[in-house]
Design a protein around this ligand. Structure first.
Ligand SMILES: Cc1cc2nc3c(=O)[nH]c(=O)nc-3n(C[C@H](O)[C@H](O)[C@H](O)COP(=O)(O)O)c2cc1C
Length: 171
């Protein structure tokens, strides 16, 4: 799919079919994540791949019962890993770069999934402590985004955006 078609086709989908994601497609998504830029190329984030029903159910619970988390065949959890960035960038690495690294990686996963005919929705509303425990991440890692991936069981909705005139400030 052409890049601009991918951008146009990506919509948040909040209902999924039980159908599994093909291993080749998952591999392509994971490779795309690993191509994401990061501050100093330090890749100050970790990605957890969740497929088992018990953990998905726990994640659903940690994310205030957003049902699609249980429906999606897999969930990627992106954690900022401050120490990796702090080594070179100290406070800026800890407070900013590691979170940016993790969220750019999540964006790459979203777009790659769309290009492969899969659907996603970015999930930011969750209890970080609970998520860390469920995925078994150490205290030093901060879960910043979850991304359920699967085949859609709902039609996409085109949500409105601000106008470019309002959004872009030509200074
Ligand atoms: C940082 C962030 C956090 C979000 N958290 C949630 C969430 O917890 N639950 C949810 O259903 N959607 C969540 N979304 C998805 C947005 O609601 C969605 O992207 C927005 O409404 C625009 O719709 P679209 O993605 O279909 O263009 C989040 C998106 C972002 C970028």
């Amino acid at each position: 799919m052409d890049f601009f078609d991918v951008v146009k086709e990506r919509h948040s989908i909040r209902a999924y079919q039980p159908q599994a994601v093909e291993p080749e497609k998952l591999e392509q998504v994971l490779q795309a994540i690993n191509r994401a830029p990061s501050a100093g190329n330090l890749q100050a984030y970790e990605v957890y791949l969740v497929t088992d029903a018990e953990r998905k159910s726990a994640l659903w619970n940690s994310a205030y019962n957003q049902d699609f988390l249980m429906q999606a065949p897999l969930i990627l959890v992106f954690c900022a890993h401050a120490a990796r960035s702090a080594e070179r960038y100290q406070k800026r690495g800890t407070e900013l770069y590691c979170v940016q690294d993790a969220t750019i990686a999540c964006t790459f996963a979203m777009l790659a999934a769309t290009a492969l005919g899969l659907s996603t929705v970015w999930v930011g509303a969750f209890d970080e402590t609970a998520v860390r425990e469920i995925i078994g991440a150490p205290q030093a890692q901060r879960p910043v985004a979850m991304l359920p991936i699967g085949y859609p069981a709902a039609s996409p909705r085109n949500r409105p955006r601000r106008s470019l005139d309002e959004l872009i400030h030509r200074v």
